[in-house]
Design a protein. Sequence first.
Length: 380
Amino acid sequence: MLKQHLQELRQHATPLYVYNLELLRQTLKAAKQEANKYNFHVHYALKANANQPILDEMRQHGFGADCVSGNEVRAAIENGFAPQDVVFAGVGKSDDEINYALDQDIFCFNCESSHELEVLNELAEKKGRTARIALRINPNVNAKTHKYITTGLEENKFGINAWELDSVLLLLNKLPNIRLIGIHFHIGSQITDLTVFRNLCTRVNEFQEWFEAHKIQLEHVNVGGGLGVDYYNPEQQPIPDFSAYFSLFNQFLELRPGQQVHFELGRALVAQCGTLVSKVLYIKKGVTTNFAILDAGMTELIRPALYQSYHKIENITSEKEDVRYDVVGPICESSDCFGKAVMLPETNRGDLIAIHTAGAYGEVMASGYNLRNKVKALYL
Ligand SMILES: *Cc1c(COP(=O)(O)O)cnc(C)c1O
């Protein structure tokens, strides 16, 4: 795709995030179509990428917003998402963030501890409001993904553990400014083994029985996000298998009459539509390989440094014979490396390098470390 736009790319300063909006639209249509089959509601997790053109597409395609900070709630609302389509999770919501979300009367707070419930009740009471909440439950399901993006194990800080639920119910009876409308789960990210989601369904069904036994009706079940993408073959698999994903939940979730099911997808919707384009600054001889030194670094895309994650790297301007390179950035950290022993056509100063599948948790995590300039974006 990018090779057709070389002339245009050459006119832009690098590093540059390039977004393929056509692929984004195809992805959103596919996700929506599969979710609609079962009347599932899908919220887009803004933390994956909150650029305005991306948010516009999400809203236009009928996605709700899943937020994990007050500013994400604000970004959703200022970009036209209806408050009744906004959910707000996070283990550390500040008073200001809660107050703002209360004022906006968002659909649901996904609450992660008893202490948070007490504070939310107090803040809602001061405003004479009732907050709708879902309990984020930690189901102790292994997401079989990188440990930094595993969130559903008891050792993780997220959610309320099963053994705390009795006391949470007692507490809720004493909190008149909170109304329990559902349960929420989110067990991790970049989950490619669908049996993990099947295990999640089994746990959700067990919790549903528990609530039923306690005579509590839940209107909403939110199973979070986490569906992974193919970082190794972005061209062959640009759109995740939403059909398999949603049909699995349809098959294995045991729902009560009238219950609504919610999802919160981030990565699966936006990862493949974004590419980080960078220029080669220098080639340097190493002991075992050569280094290709780029003008992009971990300040623009931190995933390899933070999670040892793989991104497919391509030289889009050279057609020569393959040579092996360590592809690195300019930042003063040894972890500032996009790939080791990568086979690329012989690479020279000025060549353009595409780092694929960078649309999620890429630009949004960019930092100013080393006083770097803010990375720019181009929409094709
Ligand atoms: C990050 C996050 C998501 C989205 O995760 P993806 O792996 O990008 O789909 C959904 N829900 C919550 C609560 C999150 O924190």
